[in-house]
Write a protein that binds this ligand. Structure first.
Ligand code: DGL
Length: 274
């Protein structure tokens, strides 16, 4: 049953392009809902800033989305979640879904080797992350890999075309990691999901990648159903493809052309914007 609130958009928040990988997964699961995507490009990157700064930036971004009128918020950024999720939940009355490195899932799926978590320095140093990993360290060894500058690199690329430079960066990043000991890699930054193919080239085919995007979409759907906020219309399966999504893009910086990159990433996932 749809009520007046169900038609409000779902807010998605990230410092830049990373949250688009989450948005794609959400659109596939909830194709009839509307979305407002806010990227805080003016203050990008979050991952190398102090926690207090990221907390206040995330609150400001949430205030902006709340002022538009949203029925729920997805903080599609592991870094912002680690710094600000508690405060956001306290200050706003819509349901808020955060993202943290999917270590639980990685432990459940892991083979015999170690689990490597790629994330920003702020995420890896956060209390939440330390608490999260301490739950699993008896079962398996979890290795943190702070990826300083990698999100910046992904953000700067045009039309999702990473080429040689990212390859060189990754070769350098992994030079101190004994890859043969690693069986699972957790992509603990939404930007990194966009370069899965490039990381795969360095680590080989045997390593399993885990990210939180599908779990986040599923969690959002569950919460919206519980709160009777899910907008649903009945369609025949044939009308599902290609997916057409209603998305409003908001960027805090001046570089409005980044929206072309966002649309390009979505198109690669079979999603066009209305
Ligand atoms: N996309 C953000 C995350 O998931 C990080 C990017 C940044 O450093 O701003 O952590």
């Amino acid at each position: 049953m749809n009520n007046s609130k169900t038609k409000l958009p779902i807010g998605i928040l990230d410092s830049g392009i990373g949250g688009i990988s989450v948005l794609a997964e959400i659109i596939k699961m909830l194709p009839h809902n509307e979305f407002v995507y806010f990227s805080d490009t003016l203050n990008f990157p979050y991952g190398t800033k102090p926690e207090d700064t990221v907390r206040s930036l995330s609150l400001k971004a949430t205030e902006f989305l709340a002022s538009i009128g949203i029925k729920s918020l997805v903080v599609a950024c592991n870094t912002a979640t680690s710094a600000a999720i508690n405060e956001i939940r306290t200050l706003f009355d819509f349901p808020v879904i955060g993202m943290e490195p999917a270590i639980k899932l990685a432990v459940e799926c892991n083979g015999k080797g170690k689990i490597l978590v790629m994330a920003t320095p702020l995420t890896l140093n956060s209390k939440n992350f330390i608490r999260l990993t301490s739950r699993y360290t008896q079962k398996t060894e979890v290795v943190s890999l702070p990826c300083i500058g990698l999100a910046e690199f992904i953000e700067r690329q045009n039309r999702y075309n990473y080429g040689n430079q990212v390859n060189e960066y990754l070769i350098h990043l992994f030079s101190s990691i004994p890859i043969k000991d690693i069986s699972t890699i957790v992509l603990g930054c939404t930007h990194f999901v966009l370069i899965k193919k490039e990381i795969r080239k360095i680590v080989g085919d045997d390593v399993v990648f885990i990210d939180g995007n599908y779990g986040t979409a599923r969690q959002l759907k569950t919460v919206l159903q519980e709160k009777q906020l899910l907008y649903e219309i009945n369609t025949s399966p044939a009308s599902k493809k290609p997916l057409k999504a209603k998305i409003t893009f908001c960027v805090s910086g001046n570089e409005k052309e980044v929206i072309k990159n966002y649309k390009y990433v979505l198109e690669n996932e079979g999603i066009t914007c209305e």
